[in-house]
Design a protein around this ligand. Structure first.
Ligand code: NAP
Ligand code: ZN
Length: 346
């Protein structure tokens, strides 16, 4: 066992504070990673607060991890010391199960999330990336393209793939009108990726305060949802809406913006139930769907796509002792567009 340093919340809603814990001895199929950067996802806040009712404490959050390999087990073939790597939202799954071949292991019951997740053969929960190092099975480690710096690449490991996966699944490309609802960490990656895929991209944000940024990221159109005119102008015009909003909204109002057969995909995960009038869906044969992160194969595909297109996150780098303030700012949608912790400050 090696002692790790990190930041943890010891109970629901408690502020994050320094925390020391053990990482397991590496097995022959494990990669040991010195963590350099970790993005701050809104899911970290929901989990620290136990907003979804599934948190296990103490929580060391963090699932947008980039770093450098410091050691590999004897059976590891894809990585060597010094490689630039990433770890996303999960570190194990039903590996023996045929579904791994279907490339959707994130939906399987054997999923072990990167933090606050029970793990087979241990009484302790998994501990995430707000820490100095981690030990991860080779099959759950990603390669970071050479042209992406580790700080701006970190948010791709969750925010990037969470948008890439539904954009691919719903066949986004030229001729498709896609709206990204909420221009935060996930949303800004969605704008960049959907634009690179060739879609006509609309941002729907609460105000126009981030309009110049959204257009610079590749959006073709930008509307404020605080303006009632937006809902008249855009009614029945969109093929796909990806909702990244972390709170409850008036769902029917947004579904009404879809064309016949259009789909709204929830990736944002509000803590309260989604309630809806059936007639928001029925008249336009509209669909309301959900999507969770992406498979390991899809995550590597997304990283390579971002490398080819020069896509990375817009970040505000913070020291780890600023993390509690960063959470407060994110609760007010005050981040441009992802906080990334520099782990050298630990
Ligand atoms: P974030 O950076 O805080 O961005 C969320 C954005 O939603 C905000 O920037 C804001 O956009 C908008 N928003 C927030 N509160 C709102 C409100 N009350 N009404 C209307 N709009 C509001 O969060 P994030 O890290 O992108 O995560 C977003 C959500 O996705 C969270 O719920 C997170 O847990 C979830 N998530 C899901 C997955 C998945 O696999 N499905 C993966 C990662 C995260 P504007 O300022 O532009 O209005
Ligand atoms: Zn996340």
């Amino acid at each position: 066992m090696a002692t790790a340093k990190g930041y943890a919340a010891l109970a629901a809603g408690a502020p994050l504070a320094p925390f020391t814990f053990d990482r397991r001895e590496p097995n022959e199929d494990d990669v040991v990673i010195a963590i350099k950067y970790c993005g701050v996802c809104h899911s970290d806040i929901h989990m620290v607060d136990n907003g979804w009712g599934q948190s296990v404490y103490p929580i060391v959050p963090g699932h947008e991890i980039t770093g450098v390999v410091t050691a590999v087990g004897a059976k590891v073939s894809r990585f060597k010391e010094g490689d630039r790597v990433g770890v996303g939202c999960f570190v194990d799954s039903c590996i023996g199960c045929a579904t791994r071949d279907l490339d959707r292991e994130q939906y399987m019951p054997g999923l072990v999330q990167t933090y606050s997740s029970p793990q087979p053969g241990s009484d302790l929960p998994t501990y995430g990336g707000y820490s100095d190092h981690m030990v991860v099975k080779e099959g759950y480690v990603l390669s970071i393209p050479d042209n992406l710096a580790l700080d701006v690449a970190a948010p791709l490991l969750c925010a990037g793939v969470t948008l890439y996966s539904p954009l691919r699944h719903w066949n986004v490309g030229p001729g498709k009108k896609v709206a990204i609802l909420g221009l935060g960490g996930l949303g800004h990656m969605g704008v960049k990726i959907a634009h690179a895929m060739g879609a006509e991209v609309t941002v729907l944000s609460q105000t126009l305060s981030k309009q110049a940024d959204g257009l610079a990221m590749g959006a073709d159109h930008y509307y404020a949802t605080g303006d009632a005119e937006t809902f008249k102008t855009l009614a029945g015009t969109l093929d796909l809406i990806i909702c990244t909003v972390s709170a409850g909204i008036d769902w029917g109002r947004y579904l009404n913006l879809l064309k016949v057969d259009g789909t709204m995909v929830l990736v944002g995960a509000p803590e309260e139930p989604v309630s809806l009038n059936a007639f928001a869906l029925i008249p336009g044969r509209r669909s309301l769907a959900g999507s969770m992160i992406g498979s390991i194969k899809e995550t590597q595909e997304m990283l390579d796509f971002c490398g080819q297109h020069g896509i990375a996150a817009d970040i505000e780098t913070i020291a780890i002792d600023q993390i509690n303030d960063a959470y407060k700012r994110m609760a007010k949608s005050d981040v441009r567009y992802r906080f990334v912790i520099d782990m050298a400050t630990l």
